[in-house]
Design a binder for this molecule. Structure first.
Ligand SMILES: [Zn+2]
Length: 177
């Protein structure tokens, strides 16, 4: 009995939090670039430009490499680009950023990753929001569902509601448009 009530309430809370997070992201939009990495080194993530640059370094090409359309590629180009992998929304244990420029890349968090990102935002609540921060918060809030623990729901609520408060002026501007 109690469990059913918890499940229903959890679903409602999760739904409300997702709505709020969506509005925050609307006020601070961010189009996350795809995440790339090199086959030879799975440690680093890159935006496309810097994946190509890092791969060029592996080949000893220097920074002059062109980025031809696939149908214009020769064998050398093929070998070059086959060493670069891309994943849209690959599951990750942490926030993905480009190793070279630091730009936030597209990713989805594992449950473990969402937990540690939540802890990060609760320990270091941002004073101001940006597109990248709202994107990262959104990623951290996506793993809640009706089966989430109370702690996870409450922690997500604390993160989202803090962002909700500081995003009030920006959200009001959007509504006024
Ligand atoms: Zn980059």
């Amino acid at each position: 009995m109690g469990d059913t009530r918890h499940t229903q309430r959890a679903e409602l809370v999760a739904h409300r939090l997702r709505e709020r997070m969506w509005e925050i992201c609307e006020a601070f939009p961010y189009d996350a670039p795809n995440c790339y990495w090199l086959e030879s080194d799975c440690g680093d993530s890159y935006c496309r430009e810097h994946a190509i640059e890092a791969r060029a370094e592996e080949f000893g090409f220097g920074p002059l490499l062109r980025d031809p359309d696939w149908y214009r590629r020769n064998e050398m180009d093929d070998a070059f680009f086959e060493g670069i992998s891309a994943g849209r929304d690959g599951e990750s244990d942490n926030c993905e950023t480009c190793s070279t420029c630091g730009k936030t890349l597209s990713y989805v968090l594992t449950d473990y990753g969402a937990r540690s990102e939540l802890d990060h935002f609760l320990e270091h609540p941002p004073a101001v929001l940006s597109g990248e921060i709202s994107y990262e918060m959104n990623r951290a809030s996506l793993n809640i569902w009706s089966g989430s623990t109370r702690r996870q729901l409450l922690d997500t609520a604390r993160m989202v509601n803090a962002a909700w408060r500081i995003s009030a002026p920006a959200r009001a501007r959007i509504e006024g448009e």
